[in-house]
Design a protein around this ligand. Structure first.
Ligand code: NAG
Ligand code: NAG
Ligand code: NAG
Length: 343
């Protein structure tokens, strides 16, 4: 009945040739609403009201969106603790298992991903190391893609944060700190590059900065349909703020080297140049302090990046993902390192 009415209307407007084209058959759904995974930032947890509000906003901006909040523990307290303490390699392996085992995510053709602050570089790690289920669009807000060169200060009385700080000061490049303190694993001061390349447990690897490059990291990241990075213009918490756009900052001279002028891009260690050349890498900024997001900005972003996707576009993306990767990542048992009480 519906088809009949459509054709009649088309005849009436003289557009018959368009109306009978098989591509317009009205009973074939041409688009899919992909699920969304969100990885929150340092000091946050999956039970926070704020995070649930973001999830609700994502579902109202794009009706039918299934939202999964990534968690590294079954309780909010444990999940928050894991933002400070743990081996990020093992945390990402846990998330790879979590997403692959979640029934809705694992049966979707692809997922969208939203990373807040450190959750952004960790989601990039997920893509580079496993990407199963595969990510269609990745959006990161105030993430430290090029690391931090200062540690953030804690609120007084926040013993988890203070404990982490004390541990950091005991030696950021020791194996102990690199395997237990989350922010230390993306600490990167251009003036300490040798130590970083030698000891960084996470960022130096995921950014393919060492002599031996992991070609699978590049292949997997280059399959993204869109990678959008947002910087907060007045961010004084994540230092330097330009890390959110993958730029390097010399904190002594204040010189900012944009991604496009850096070897990581020019020699394309990660596929970022490839993405950029295809118009799939977005550099954005939003006003205000670190993670001061308005509903308006979130809604606009969700509509732009997490809306319904043409099935034909998904098929193309999946074909490019089917190229065999040579070295599957086998870093860990997937166990989460829990902080010891009294750390
Ligand atoms: C940073 O800038 C200072 C001052 O200009 C310079 O001496 C130093 O070599 C620079 N560091 C790096 C890593 O380029
Ligand atoms: C952000 O910083 C700019 C200068 O860098 C300043 O003009 C503006 O008022 C600041 N905005 C907020 C919201 O603090
Ligand atoms: C972090 O965990 C991985 C996987 O278990 C392990 O290979 C690596 O050595 C650990 N990192 C450190 C600095 O201990």
């Amino acid at each position: 009945m519906l088809r009949f009415i459509t054709v009649l209307a088309a005849i009436a407007t003289g557009a018959l040739s368009v109306a009978v084209s098989p591509a317009l058959a009205p009973d074939i759904d041409q688009t899919t609403q992909l699920p969304l995974v969100i990885w929150h930032g340092l000091g946050d947890d999956f039970e926070r009201d704020g995070l649930q509000e973001v999830a609700d906003l994502a579902a109202s901006a794009n009706p039918g969106t299934h939202v999964h909040l990534i968690r590294l523990a079954d309780t909010g307290g444990g999940d928050r603790q894991a933002t400070f303490f743990g081996n990020v390699t093992e945390q990402i392996a846990t998330v790879c298992q979590q997403l692959a085992a979640e029934p809705i995510l694992s049966s979707a053709p692809a997922i969208n991903a939203l990373g807040f602050s450190q959750g952004g570089q960790f989601l990039r790690g997920y893509i580079e190391r496993c990407n199963n289920p595969p990510v269609h669009n990745l959006v990161t807000f105030g993430s430290q893609h090029n690391g931090i060169s200062e540690f953030q200060s804690c609120k007084t009385g926040d013993w988890i944060c203070n404990g982490a700080e004390a541990l950091l000061r005991s030696g950021q490049w020791t194996d102990f700190v690199q395997s237990h303190l989350v922010p230390a694993q993306y600490f990167r001061d251009p003036n300490e590059l040798d130590d970083y390349l030698e000891h960084s447990n996470f960022l130096a690897d995921i950014n393919n900065e060492r002599v031996l490059k992991n070609t699978d990291y590049k292949k997997r990241l280059a399959t993204l349909n869109k990678f959008a990075m947002f910087m907060f213009d007045n961010d004084t918490i994540a230092v330097p703020k330009e890390s959110a756009l993958f730029a390097e900052v010399n904190i002594t001279s204040g010189t900012v080297t944009p991604l496009q002028e850096r070897p990581i891009y020019k020699e394309d260690w990660l596929g970022l140049k490839q993405l950029d050349g295809q118009g799939r890498l977005d550099f954005k900024s939003v006003p205000g302090q670190h993670m001061h997001l308005t509903d308006k900005i979130l809604e606009r972003t969700f509509k732009e990046y997490f809306g319904r996707v043409q099935n034909s576009q998904l098929r193309l993306q999946m074909e490019s993902q089917q190229e065999p990767v040579t070295q599957p990542f086998s870093g860990s048992s997937g166990l989460l390192v829990q902080a010891q009480p009294g750390f």
